[in-house]
Design a protein around this ligand. Structure first.
Ligand code: GLU
Length: 320
């Protein structure tokens, strides 16, 4: 996917945006870690600086990856860090009929087909040097070859270029048909896929702006295709840089990440703000976390992160 410089400005503390609604949507596959704290803080600050609402959604659809108790643990950690969300927390596992209805809408439009291809079969067909994700070559587009196997449902992708202006990453364009192909909206194990559920929920919750990590940037064109097909309004998107290991890997949940709950919230949040280039005053590092939040909401300026996709952890730790 390609992106180029954004030139626009966005609202800050001085520019309240009536009707703004943001969200944080963690998957409960492990405890909240520094990377997800950064995404949570960015979306929270953006919502509060705009005078908007901030909702929480637990994305627990991928049941084989869900860790028992992790959703509640994430909520407790967020509370401990002084996040204040609006309304009730939504859990995707309780909303399956909504995803089913969206699937049926797409099906009625002829945009869904069943696919029997196994992961192994598809892996064997992968063209070399793919940009990202795995490419689906359209094998079952005109009918599944084996109907006695568990079938996935795929969204029939039109050959169009999706274009949008990410608030930090600039102009993004992707032809999903060329780079990803028809993608799964209900898996072979019967679970609804993230792409479908996220689009349904962002709409149902009235989200006006999605602020999340850059690891999800390449998912956005797929989500926009679904929004268009379902007749939903596209929210605005802001993709924050990702904390990465020094070698460029995304900060994993298994390393360094797991100790958040034991940290002093103000000290950890102070570091996150520093990584977000907000320059928090030193004295707020040891104070109550609510003082840090009220400073950060007033001072929030995401535009200093423009065109930044990665924050290498070792580099920032040494300089912090
Ligand atoms: N549940 C996703 C994750 O934890 C985030 C989804 C989103 O923000 O769109 O990576």
């Amino acid at each position: 996917m390609s992106a180029s410089t954004a030139t626009g400005t966005i609202a800050t503390a001085e520019h309240a945006r009536p009707g703004y609604c943001g969200r944080f949507a963690p998957s409960p596959t492990g405890p909240l870690h520094l990377g997800s704290l950064l995404a949570a803080a960015g979306s929270y600050l953006q919502a509060r600086a705009c005078g908007g609402r901030w909702l929480l959604r637990i994305e627990d659809l991928d049941t084989p990856r869900v860790l028992a108790g992790a959703g509640d643990a994430i909520l407790r950690t967020l509370e401990q860090f002084g996040f204040e969300w609006d309304g009730a927390v939504i859990r995707q596992g309780e909303r399956l009929p909504l995803y089913q209805a969206a699937l049926e809408t797409l099906d009625r439009k002829g945009l869904v087909f069943a696919c029997c291809c196994s992961r192994k079969e598809l892996a064997a067909l992968q063209p070399a040097a793919l940009e990202e994700d795995s490419f689906y070559p359209g094998t079952c587009r005109n009918g599944a070859r084996h109907t006695d196997r568990p079938l996935a449902l795929r969204f029939r992708v039109a050959d169009v270029t999706v274009e949008f202006d990410d608030l930090l990453q600039g102009r993004c364009t992707q032809n999903v048909a060329d780079s990803i192909g028809d993608f799964i909206i209900r898996r072979r194990d019967g679970l609804f896929a993230y792409q479908l559920a996220v689009v349904v929920d962002d709409d149902a919750q009235g989200i006006t702006e999605v602020v999340r990590g850059c690891d999800l940037l390449s998912n956005t064109p797929r989500q926009m295709l679904l929004q268009d097909a379902l007749g939903l309004t596209r929210p605005a998107y802001m993709h924050l840089p990702l904390l990465t290991e020094a070698d460029g890997r995304k900060l994993s949940k298994s390393r360094r990440a797991v100790t958040l709950a034991d940290q002093q919230p103000a000290a950890s949040l102070w570091r996150v703000l520093q990584w977000l280039r907000q320059q928090p005053p030193d004295e707020l590092m040891r104070g109550p976390v609510r003082d840090l939040w009220s400073w950060a909401i007033r001072a929030w300026n995401p535009m200093v992160l423009r065109n930044t996709r990665e924050i290498p952890l070792d580099a920032v730790q040494q300089s912090a």
